[in-house]
Ligand binder design. Sequence first.
Ligand code: DO4
Ligand code: MG
Length: 296
Amino acid sequence: MRIIRFLRDGSFPTLAAVTDESFVYVLPQSDFMELVREADERNSTPLALVLKTIADSQPIKGKLEELELLVPLEAAEVWACGVTYERSKEARNYEATGGKLDSTTFYDKVYEAKRPEIFFKSTAARTVGPNQDVYLRSDSNWQIPEPELGLVLSRDGRIVGYTAGNDMSCRDIEGENPLYLPQAKMWRGSCSIGPAIRLAETVDDPYAFRIVCRIYRSGEKVVEGTASTAQLKRKFDEMVSYLLQDNTIFDGTVLLTGTCIVPPDEFTLAEGDRIEIEIEGIGVLANPVKSQAAGS
Ligand code: DO4
Ligand code: MG
């Protein structure tokens, strides 16, 4: 069961459940975390509440593909883990050394270390949803999307849902100096999440999500990569426990879990590209790419 938000009658943000058969049922709650809190208060589960609504109502007439989807959750904060897959470690080493790797780097070390890399990625105002524009940073010449599984967390750190996320990154800025990481990761429109939240209780094995990333230029597919969360070096509980260590998180915080798909080293995103991140059982997060000039 997936949860979406869409614009009803062109103006009302509306929460809805999408069944495995793609029927869409409007939910009475105003947002995803209200559904989770209501379930907690009733000693129930989000799925049980959704099934009750479905039993008492009719699906909407329109098709899922025709809806104007919104970001599924206005997450106050998005955090991200890094170097959680071997492929990410290799790519960072290439950025930092230009391929002239002759010693152990801090990327090698963090990949092996007990403590994961966790960084602050985005706020609600910087995060976009399905079909909204993501932006290029104007002072970078080497930019890529990072397709990642996102954990949707309650304030007490429970994983209540899964979504897809794009941790847009500037490889040149990060490669120049790791202390530039916040600039390589955070700017207007540098993060997208969606298109839906898969209820955690409906996922048998979160280490079996297949992730596909496609990038289109002038309608032609120029990049395609696939990965699986089975390739993760770390467990989700481990990542969450470090995020929560002596920290306050908000209801609906999203934690991106790292990328395993990196486009070829000679590739950089360009204005007009279209990025698709597909996670089986969650959906396709599609975003057009714009330059900052186009958005101002
Ligand atoms: O070390 C920098 C960031 C790594 C990252 O974002 C990732 O592995 O996904
Ligand atoms: Mg990343």
